[in-house]
Design a protein around this ligand. Structure first.
Ligand SMILES: [Zn+2]
Length: 448
């Protein structure tokens, strides 16, 4: 099996905006054997791309039912559509723990090509002697801030002032890593081996599990990463990776110099955000003072008259009609109901997904209200885990977890906690929703 087949067989398209996925040829249907549709393309059908089946972040249900057979249509209608409008991406099915990870699947590949990579690393070693080498050209071409390019360049050349290096050169200071306090801090420790760095990678949208064996030498790792990226998604992944490396370094400095602990999510989000903003980043190369760091998980001083909204979610399923009723309840600091929604929708195949969809709807509703601070009470410990760790078992959940985390970034504060099911009002709404034909919204006039 050649590399291409090997990758293709284990990969499914994860639908984002649907633009890059061909309905009839790509492997995009979850649960189908090779991921392809079982329907034959109807004669005179000119629908080719998945985005033609989508409108306003929803499936065009009648069209889906008309174009594909029932079996495919049901599976398609069950696929969550990303609200971020991101590009379709590849999802590796055989990741060790099912995390959305671009490269866990390349473990086998990187073994296969270890020799090849070793050779490349040697070349890199040689080319490092002259900064005009191919590798550097690659680096300077990346669409990332120039300070990040310099940072990578310094990292590759052993010029980053990590504690271990400083100590070895000057015999001053302490070689121990400030973040974990356990090991000497060399660049590989700072990027990969430190427990603090690993917490970041665990939550990152891109992971390089396949390169674990290369983490002992940053330059070897970098070369292998270029190699793998070059064959798959190309420059974008490299750019995202450099942003994450940069944020790991910034995070380390925040702790060392300002004694500020940053939540791994914050670090990942920041890297991802800067990556997405890369175009505009060109124009604002100057340093802008950072926003005050905020983390949902950190304990904030309790303000009694807080403007924070508490959002609770409940779902009721009716098997006969294949529908799900969702109740969303927003209460203020004094447990007063401010707004409530009853939504009726088609049931998804999996219960966890149903709840995740409901949570997403709740956050969207809160966003429409322009609330700045919310706490979302999650009615399932399992789902809470997916949301807080970003670790999802399948493509659908991974899209929903991504969405929830993208949405989260739109708030000044958005934290998640486990709903201890003390407030029964929400359950009443979801039961009620099963009997309605159109979504309903209630506003408490006392609160507007
Ligand atoms: Zn450490």
């Amino acid at each position: 099996m050649n590399v291409r087949d090997f990758v293709q067989n284990g990969t499914r398209k994860k639908i984002g905006n649907g633009k890059a996925t061909n309905i009839w040829e790509d492997n995009w249907i979850p649960g189908n054997k090779d991921g392809k549709v079982t329907s034959a393309m109807p004669q005179n059908c000119n629908i080719r791309r998945v985005d033609e089946l989508i409108s306003g972040f929803r499936w065009r249900k009648p069209l889906v039912l008309r174009t594909l057979n029932r079996k495919d249509a049901d599976k398609i209608l069950d696929i969550p559509i990303s609200i971020s409008g991101r590009e379709d991406s590849n999802y590796w099915l055989h990741g060790g723990n099912g995390i959305y990870t671009v490269n866990s699947g390349y473990k086998a590949l990187s073994r296969e090509t270890a020799q090849h990579i070793g050779r490349k690393a040697d070349e890199a070693e040689t080319s490092s002697a002259n900064s005009n080498g191919k590798q550097w050209k690659w680096l300077w071409k990346l669409k990332v801030k120039s300070k990040i390019k310099h940072f990578i360049w310094r990292s590759l050349n052993g010029l980053l002032p990590v504690n271990g290096l400083v100590f070895n050169r000057t015999h001053h200071g302490d070689p121990i890593c400030d973040s974990c306090g356990e090991h000497n801090e060399f660049i590989e420790h700072m990027f990969f081996q430190c427990s603090r760095a690993q917490a970041v990678w665990k939550m990152a949208p891109i992971q390089w599990d396949g390169l674990t064996e290369q983490t002992g030498n940053f330059r070897v790792w970098w070369t292998a990463m270029l190699e793998v990226s070059y064959r798959t998604e190309g420059r974008e992944h490299i750019e995202l990776t450099t942003n994450i490396l940069w944020q790991i370094w910034k995070r380390r400095n925040e702790w060392k110099f300002n004694a500020k602990r940053k939540h791994p999510w914050k670090t990942v989000n920041k890297g991802q955000q800067e990556w997405q903003e890369q175009a505009s980043a060109w124009s604002k190369e100057t340093m802008i003072p950072e926003d005050a760091e905020r983390d949902g998980e950190e304990v904030e001083p309790v303000d009694v008259r807080s403007d924070e909204m508490h959002i609770r979610i409940s779902t009721s399923v009716q098997k006969q009609t294949n529908s799900v009723g969702t109740g969303i309840l927003a209460t203020n600091f004094s447990h007063q109901v401010v707004l409530a929604w009853a939504l009726i929708d088609r049931k998804t195949m999996n219960q966890l997904q149903t709840i995740a969809e409901a949570v997403k709807m709740a956050i969207i509703k809160a966003r429409h209200q322009q609330w700045q601070k919310i706490t979302v009470h999650i009615p399932s410990p399992q789902l809470l885990k997916v949301i807080t760790t970003g670790v999802a078992k399948d493509i659908k959940m991974s899209t929903l977890a991504d969405d929830n985390n993208n949405l989260r970034a739109l708030f000044q504060k958005c934290s998640f906690c486990l709903d201890r099911r003390l407030d029964k009002r929400c359950d009443m709404i979801s039961d009620y929703a099963l009997g309605i034909f159109q979504d309903e919204e209630w506003i408490n006039p006392q609160c507007v």
